[in-house]
Design a protein around this ligand. Structure first.
Ligand SMILES: [Zn+2]
Length: 202
C-alpha cells in the first residue's frame, strides 16, 4: 500500500470535477499522464471506434493464431496481475488490444497486444462488462487489489475501513474521469492505424 501514490491520485482526481474535456487540453493531457501510472486502468472505447479493431477485421482462424501467439509469448500469464492460465479448469488468458488516441490527429493507433486474465480484461472494458452483467463489485475488488495491494474485506478494523474507503473513493473517481474522457472521444471522428503492432513485431 503506497500512501504517497494515493495522495497523488487524490490531487489528480479532485480536478475531474472542474475539468472540461474540450477546453482544458493541457489539463486533460496532464491528468491522463498521471492516470496512466495506474497498473490496471479502465480503457473505454469511444463510440465511433466500436467494432473497429483487429479482432473484427480478422477472421476467427487468423485471430485465434494471433491470440495464441501473444499469450504463449507471455507464458499464458496475465501481464498486469500475474494470474496464470488454468487449463485444467478451462480458465484461459485473453488477448487484449491496447489503443492510443491522439486528440490532435484524431487517429486511434493499435499500440500492442497484451496477454491478460479475464478479470483484468473485464476491468479494461468496464462499460462492456456492465452491459453484459459482470459482477462489478468483484471487478472493483480486483482493480483495487492490483493497483493498491489492498484486499477489500468486511472488517471492523477502523484502520482497514479508512484505507478501503480511501481507495474506493479514488477508484470511483477514476471511473468518473474515464467516462468524461470517453464522452469527449465519442464526439470525435476517428481513423484507425494498425501499423503500431507491425513495427513492434519487426
Ligand atoms: Zn490480471
Amino acid at each position: 500500500m503506497c500512501l504517497s501514490m494515493i495522495k497523488k491520485d487524490l490531487t489528480c482526481m479532485f480536478k475531474t470535477h472542474i475539468f472540461n474535456f474540450d477546453k482544458d487540453k493541457e489539463e486533460r493531457e496532464t491528468i491522463m499522464s498521471n492516470l496512466s501510472e495506474l497498473k490496471l486502468q479502465i480503457e473505454l472505447v469511444p463510440k465511433g471506434c466500436w467494432g473497429t479493431n483487429l479482432r473484427k477485421v480478422c477472421d476467427d482462424r487468423d485471430w485465434n493464431i494471433i491470440s495464441r501467439y501473444v499469450r504463449e509469448q507471455k507464458g499464458n500469464t496475465c501481464e498486469v496481475c500475474g494470474w496464470k492460465e488454468d487449463r485444467k479448469n478451462r480458465k484461459y488468458t485473453h488477448c487484449h488490444e491496447v489503443w492510443d488516441y491522439n486528440h490532435e490527429t484524431k487517429v486511434q493507433s493499435l499500440v500492442k497486444l497484451e496477454c491478460l486474465c479475464p478479470d483484468c480484461h473485464a476491468v479494461h472494458h468496464w462499460g462492456h462488462s456492465q452491459m453484459i452483467g459482470r459482477d462489478i463489485d468483484a471487478l472493483t475488488k480486483h482493480a483495487i487489489k492490483v493497483n493498491y495491494g489492498i484486499e477489500i474485506t468486511n472488517t471492523l478494523d477502523i484502520e482497514s475501513v479508512v484505507k478501503e474507503e480511501s481507495v474506493l473513493y479514488i477508484w470511483n473517481e477514476h471511473i468518473s474521469f474515464s467516462y468524461i474522457i470517453w464522452r469527449g472521444r465519442s464526439r470525435m471522428t476517428w481513423t484507425t492505424d494498425f501499423k503500431g503492432i507491425v513495427k513492434n513485431e519487426s
